[in-house]
Design a protein around this ligand. Structure first.
Ligand SMILES: Cc1cc2nc3c(=O)[nH]c(=O)nc-3n(C[C@H](O)[C@H](O)[C@H](O)COP(=O)(O)OP(=O)(O)OC[C@H]3O[C@@H](n4cnc5c(N)ncnc54)[C@H](O)[C@@H]3O)c2cc1C
Length: 441
């Protein structure tokens, strides 16, 4: 069944044609015509039609579906999730068609944090988000839940409670061992469609940036990537999603007013890490999926870890960061020696990455990683705003630059004006001497 067009009312304005997200409508002889094979009854055309010429077909619903419940107006919570991914897809499509789950409504409730777990480790941003999620849930007056998707994840459950989750939703399956977009997208989408949280957050990590757009597309809702500030509008209780825009020159606050869930990825190291309360417990809700390998188009052939120190740039406690002021790639050895002496991680500015001296995963700043180490040593970095947004919250910043006006000095605790090639070897020698003597202030 497709959207019905009352040809006596249609004025051929075309508003429905441009609004339809699946291109199911066209104008033929100035009358809207629906392609029933494409139409999925989302109803967006019905809303925009100025003459009420369009109407949704009457799809009968079961009594269970007509009765909204707190956690799922459209989905019966007592009903187990479909067991095969194909069943799920068909079931989900049908429910989307019948109930338009992307629309805002009272039945969407709760804040969900997606816990990123891979290769036996949880991305710390997940815990940072549970801390932030607590504030958002309190401001709304709703619950806070963690969602863990992966393989053999049981050890993570107590940690999620310790960091503040009241409920933990778990999908544990061998095919979720290595991250792949499709199974993760299917699992998260299915749980969100079933339990209808009003807000879902995930870290703006490689995984978050990959899977969240796919989930948002499936749920037909909006997504704000790379947020640095979150809040709740006190009147409407809508999520205020703030992120740098226009090259970091303005902060834009984005609202998702008409669709649910509201989805955002958040930069690691921007939100504070909450304290853990060991021994806390809550409800664990397990969802079963009978995925098979043939359900997915991609295969993991081999897992090649990148340089361990670079892989955890956002967690590094000491960072030696280089910029174009290093002059040439051959001079990097000077910075590396300083990093080795301090047990620091080497990173850098976009200038250094574009010069080919560093890999993109070593980039600090707006388009790279946000870092918050105990000590950040900037060598020959000018301090462009796009760099500063990624490191200015470091606990202690030391900058060396031969330009006394360089912007990096505006965020530095110690600024040294001079030539990096001369100063850094002296610093390294001094650090080594003091570390040997066990004294470093
Ligand atoms: C949309 C957008 C996103 C961006 N994202 C990022 C990002 O994520 N991260 C990022 O870093 N940049 C980013 N940039 C680029 C940013 O604007 C700067 O161009 C870049 O940070 C400059 O890198 P740099 O400081 O290494 O080089 P430069 O700006 O060229 O600075 C080199 C510095 O070295 C000093 N110097 C030179 N020789 C010496 C010496 N011998 N001893 C001591 N000091 C010396 C100079 O005085 C100068 O201050 C972005 C830009 C845009 C438009």
């Amino acid at each position: 069944m497709a959207v019905h067009v009352d040809t006596t009312k249609c004025i051929g304005c075309g508003a429905c044609v441009v609004t339809c997200p699946v291109e199911a409508l066209e104008l033929i002889d100035d009358i809207a015509v629906v392609n029933p094979k494409k139409c999925n009854n989302l109803g967006k055309c019905v809303v925009v039609c100025p003459t009420d010429a369009l109407s949704l077909p009457n799809i009968p619903m079961s009594s269970e579906e007509e009765r909204p419940s707190e956690a799922g107006a459209a989905f019966n919570l007592n009903e187990p999730l479909p067991t095969s991914i194909k069943d799920y897809a068909a079931d989900h499509e049908q429910k989307i068609n019948q109930n338009v789950p992307g629309d805002a409504g009272d039945s969407w409730s709760g804040v969900w944090i997606i816990i990123e777990y891979s290769n036996g480790k949880v991305a710390p941003v997940s815990w940072e988000l549970l801390g932030e999620g607590r504030k958002l849930a309190d401001a709304i007056g709703c619950g806070l839940s963690a969602v863990i998707t992966g393989y053999q994840v049981d050890d993570v459950i107590p940690q999620a409670f310790a960091y503040g989750a009241e409920k933990v939703y778990v999908t544990d399956h061998p095919l979720l061992q290595d991250y792949r977009t499709e199974p993760y997208m299917e699992a998260i989408t299915a749980m969100a469609a079933k339990y209808r949280p009003e807000i879902i957050l995930m870290g703006a990590t490689s995984m978050g940036r990959d899977v969240f757009p796919a989930v948002a597309t499936r749920l037909q809702t909006g997504l704000t990537a790379d947020c640095t500030v979150l809040g709740i509008d006190p009147e409407t209780k809508i999520l205020l999603q703030t992120r740098p825009a226009f090259g970091g020159n303005i902060m834009a606050t984005i609202l998702c007013k008409t669709s649910r869930p509201q989805m955002a990825t958040v930069r690691p190291r921007v939100m504070e890490m909450p304290t853990q309360a060991e021994g806390r417990a809550g409800e664990v809700i397990r969802e079963e999926f009978n995925f098979t390998e043939s359900d997915f188009r991609t295969k993991v052939i081999e897992f090649i870890p990148s340089d361990a120190r670079n892989a955890f740039l956002d967690k590094a406690e000491i960072i030696v960061s280089i910029g174009l002021g290093m002059g040439a790639q051959r001079n990097l050895v000077i910075a590396q020696e300083l990093a080795d002496a301090l047990g620091a991680t080497l990173a850098g500015s976009r200038g250094a990455v574009e010069a080919g001296w560093l890999n993109h995963d070593q980039l600090v700043g707006q388009t790279g990683v946000t870092v918050r180490p105990k000590v950040y040593i900037a060598l020959g970095i000018s301090g462009a705003i796009q760099h500063l947004v990624g490191m200015s919250t470091s606990d202690f910043i030391i900058a060396i630059n031969n330009d006394p006006e360089a912007a990096i000095f505006s965020v530095a605790n110690i600024g040294i004006v001079g030539d990096v090639l001369q100063i850094v070897p002296e610093l390294t020698a001094e650090f080594k001497k003091r570390l040997q003597n066990g004294v470093i202030n």
